[in-house]
Design a protein around this ligand. Structure first.
Ligand SMILES: NC(=O)c1ccc[n+]([C@@H]2O[C@H](COP(=O)([O-])OP(=O)(O)OC[C@H]3O[C@@H](n4cnc5c(N)ncnc54)[C@H](O)[C@@H]3O)[C@@H](O)[C@H]2O)c1
Length: 333
C-alpha cells in the first residue's frame, strides 16, 4: 500500500513512519520541514506546501494522512490567519483533491481540543463541541470539512487525539508531560497553572498505534474517534511525573501550583475507537516518563528552539522574506 503523509516530518509522523515502513508500506511525506527532517532514508520526500499539490500528484496513493498545520494554541494565537488557512483550509483542500484522485481513505489528525470547556463529564463523539479559541475552532472546521466528503468509495476517519507526549525523533518539549518532565529534571520544579482541569493524554506509542489501526481498518469504516491513553487532571499529571522522576533519577522535585483560569477542560470516552478500530492503549503518564528517561540523552539540550513549536515558528515568520510594501518604494524623480 502506498501512503502520502502531509506534515509527516513532525513529532507524530517521525514516530509513525518508521513503524509503517517496518510493516511494508511505501511512504511519501509532503512537508515544509519547519522542524527539520528526522525521517528514515526510505521515506519519499516532497518538499512542498500542501496547497502546491494538485490532483495528479495524489494519483496512485491508497491513503492520504493529514498531520500538518499549526499544532498548538501558542502558534495559532501568534498567527490566527495562518492558523485558519493551514488547520482548516489545508486539510479540506487535501481531502478534496485526494477524493478526485481516487484515493480510498483519508485520515485527519483532529484533536480533543474541539470539546473546549466542558463540565467534568465524560465526552463521547456524539457530544456537542464548543471551542472558542483559534486552534480548537480551526481543528473543528478541518474535521467538518473532511468528514463531509466521506462516502462509500472514500473513507474518511478523524482521530481526535488527546495531548500527545513521549519521545519522537522530532522531539517536542512543549507538550504537557514532556514539559513537566523537562522542568522536573532540569529545574527540580514543576509549575502547574491549574491543577483541576482535565486533559486526555496519549502516549506517542499509543498515538502511533491508533494511526496503524486506522490505516488497517476495513475500508467500509468512516467516522470520528476519540483516542487517548487516559484522562487526568493536570495536577494528577504533575504528581505522576514527579513520582516517576524522583524514583528513577533520585531527584527531589517541588510542585508550584498557580490558580490560572483555563479555556480547556475535557475528558473523553474512547469506547468507540476500542470497539470499531480495535484501539487498545497501553500507556499511562508514568510509563511515558519511563520512556522519556530511557531516551533522555537524545534531547537533553533542553533549550533547543526546535523542541518548542512557537519559538521555531516565530523565527520562521520573522525571517521570511516579504515583499516591500508599495508605499515604501522609492519613486525616481
Ligand atoms: N501533538 C499533539 O499533542 C496533538 C494532539 C492532537 C492533535 N494533533 C494534530 O496532529 C497533527 C500532528 O501534530 P505534531 O505534533 O506531529 O505536529 P508538528 O508541529 O510536530 O508537525 C507539523 C508538521 O507539518 C508541517 N506543515 C505544516 N503546515 C504545512 C503545510 N501547509 N504544508 C506542508 N507541511 C506543513 C510542518 O513543517 C511540520 O513538520 C497536527 O495536525 C496537530 O494539530 C497533535
Amino acid at each position: 500500500m502506498k501512503l502520502l503523509i502531509a506534515g509527516g516530518a513532525g513529532y507524530l509522523g517521525s514516530a509513525l513512519i518508521p513503524q509503517l515502513l517496518d510493516r511494508g508500506y511505501r511512504v511519501d511525506v509532503v512537508d515544509l520541514f519547519w522542524f527539520g527532517n528526522n525521517l528514515p532514508d526510505e521515506t519519499g520526500i516532497v518538499n512542498k506546501d500542501i496547497f502546491d499539490l494538485t490532483v495528479p500528484d495524489l494519483e496512485g496513493y491508497d491513503q492520504v494522512i493529514f498531520l500538518g498545520g499549526l499544532s498548538n494554541d501558542p502558534m495559532a494565537d501568534y498567527s490566527p490567519a495562518k492558523n485558519f488557512i493551514y488547520n482548516a483550509a489545508a486539510p479540506a483542500y487535501l481531502a478534496y483533491i485526494a477524493k478526485k484522485a481516487h484515493v480510498r481513505r483519508y485520515i485527519y489528525a483532529s484533536s480533543c481540543s474541539v470539546y473546549g470547556y466542558t463540565e467534568n463529564e465524560l465526552y463521547d463523539e456524539t457530544r456537542p463541541v464548543s471551542s472558542v479559541f483559534p486552534y480548537g475552532i480551526s481543528k473543528l472546521q478541518g474535521e467538518q470539512a473532511v468528514m463531509n466528503l466521506a462516502d462509500e468509495s472514500f473513507s474518511v476517519i478523524a482521530l481526535r487525539k488527546g495531548t500527545a507526549s513521549g519521545f519522537s525523533p522530532r522531539m517536542r518539549l512543549d507538550l504537557i508531560v514532556n514539559t513537566m518532565f523537562k522542568c522536573a529534571v532540569s529545574n527540580n520544579e514543576i509549575v502547574i497553572n491549574n491543577s483541576s482541569v482535565w486533559r486526555p493524554i496519549i502516549s506517542i506509542e499509543d498515538a502511533v498505534a491508533a494511526y496503524v489501526r486506522t490505516i488497517e481498518a476495513s475500508e467500509s469504516i468512516s467516522g470520528i474517534f476519540n483516542v487517548a491513553s487516559g484522562n487526568y487532571t493536570v495536577g494528577e499529571v504533575a504528581d505522576q511525573v514527579k513520582i516517576e522522576v524522583q524514583e528513577q533519577l533520585g531527584a527531589r522535585v517541588k510542585l508550584k501550583i498557580k490558580h490560572i483560569k483555563d479555556i480547556r477542560n475535557y475528558k473523553v470516552s474512547c469506547d468507540k475507537a476500542r470497539n470499531v478500530l480495535s484501539f487498545h492503549p497501553h500507556h499511562c503518564v508514568r510509563s511515558i516518563v519511563r520512556n522519556l528517561i530511557a531516551q533522555m540523552d537524545k534531547f537533553s539540550d533542553w533549550e533547543n528552539p526546535l523542541y518548542y513549536n512557537i519559538l521555531t515558528f516565530q523565527m520562521l515568520e520573522e525571517d521570511s522574506v516579504r515583499p516591500e510594501p508599495l508605499g515604501r518604494v522609492a519613486i525616481a524623480k
